[in-house]
Design a protein around this ligand. Structure first.
Ligand SMILES: *Cc1c(COP(=O)(O)O)cnc(C)c1O
Length: 340
């Protein structure tokens, strides 16, 4: 089976399992888990921030961050395809009382001026914009990367307006590797960043929220309120620490494999190979002879799994548990179906 549905399907490697088994642990709700504490300070330092908070999921890390940035009734601006408004089950509204307004999906092609024009100041009867969130890499666009200059432009816009800036950096590691941007350069631009250990990095569970000491202290309370206070979580944090040491540089391999998939499928008019710069290949099947469900079914029969993300859209994601032979097999099966 070649599973290209998501980079969340990876299983912990033997080395990672050994690190988990050997982890020193304590009760993290008392702040006494040394492995969680080490992970939090390491990730904070990587992004040049004061503090960090280990969370069970990226969704919780995002939502806790947004609740520290936007008071109830305040507004969040983000891309219409952003994970925070498409895949988090309305959490910003349900838990934070946060009103969300979106710009049309642009993936990595973000225009800071467009965001500037959307920001609403506080005033009688208005919904004040309190935060802007961006995604790096941008999931639904096919892992597109927002350039550092664009992010700097956006930071200037939000700073000017007194609005906070959050990064949903579930795959910020991929942007760091693809664009050779130091993590601290990204860190310097955002009030909060949430980063996933369980996507491309291959840990079984976990995300980390990064920010100022004051904000992370507030986030710790909100995480507990949402039921995210964990006890001997060092077993999980150890997997994350292992992933940070061993699985960041190798993301370059995933990018090469995604590019190979894209180049092989480009002749069928369903993807522009130059658009694929990280580990996600978004397929536009609107003009293809098969729709997403039919492609998923036909490939599944031959042992290749991909994800339908709409009637005319599917995606392929490369990750730690796939090698070159797996990608070759996927190319053979998919081109076979598309060429029928
Ligand atoms: C996966 C992902 C998250 C977090 O998802 P969880 O399943 O809650 O860990 C957040 N943002 C993006 C862009 C993602 O791809």
């Amino acid at each position: 089976m070649v599973d290209l549905r998501s980079d969340t399907v990876t299983r912990p490697t033997p080395g990672m399992r050994a690190a988990m088994a050997a982890a020193e642990v304590g009760d993290d709700v008392y702040g006494e888990d040394p492995t969680v504490n080490a992970l939090e300070s390491e990730v904070a330092a990587m992004f040049g921030h004061e503090a960090a908070l280990f969370a069970p999921t990226g969704s919780m890390a995002n939502q806790v961050a947004l609740q520290t940035l936007v008071p109830p009734g305040g507004e969040l601006l983000c891309d219409a395809d952003a994970h925070v408004v498409t895949y988090e089950v309305g959490a910003a509204a349900a838990y934070g009382g946060i009103s969300s307004r979106t710009w049309p999906p642009v993936g990595g092609d973000l225009d800071p001026d467009l965001v500037a024009a959307m920001i609403r100041p506080a005033g009688y009867g208005a919904v004040p914009t309190r935060a802007v969130a961006v995604e790096q890499t941008h999931n639904r666009s096919g892992g597109q990367i927002i350039g550092l200059d664009v992010l700097r432009g956006l930071r200037a816009v939000t700073a000017d307006a007194g609005v906070a800036l959050h990064c949903d950096g579930a795959r910020i590691w991929h942007a760091h590797i693809a664009d050779s941007v130091p993590l601290a350069d990204y860190g310097a631009l955002f009030d909060t960043l949430s980063v996933c250990l369980s996507k491309g990095l291959g840990a079984p569970v976990g995300s980390v929220l990064v920010g100022s000491a004051e904000r992370i202290a507030a986030a710790r309370v909100l995480r507990k309120r949402m039921g995210g206070g964990m006890r001997q979580a060092g077993v999980l944090a150890a997997a994350g620490r292992y992933a940070l040491r061993h699985h960041v540089e190798r993301l370059a391999d995933d990018h090469v494999r995604a590019a190979r998939l894209a180049h092989a499928l480009a002749p069928y008019g369903i993807v522009e190979a130059e658009q694929v710069r990280s580990n996600i290949v978004a397929l536009d099947l609107t003009k293809a002879p098969v729709d997403a469900a039919a492609l998923v079914d036909a490939a599944g029969v031959e042992g290749v799994r991909l994800a339908a993300v709409g009637p005319g859209a599917a995606r392929l994601v490369t990750h730690l548990d796939l090698d070159d032979a797996a990608v070759d097999r996927a190319v053979e099966v998919l081109t076979g179906i598309l060429g029928r």
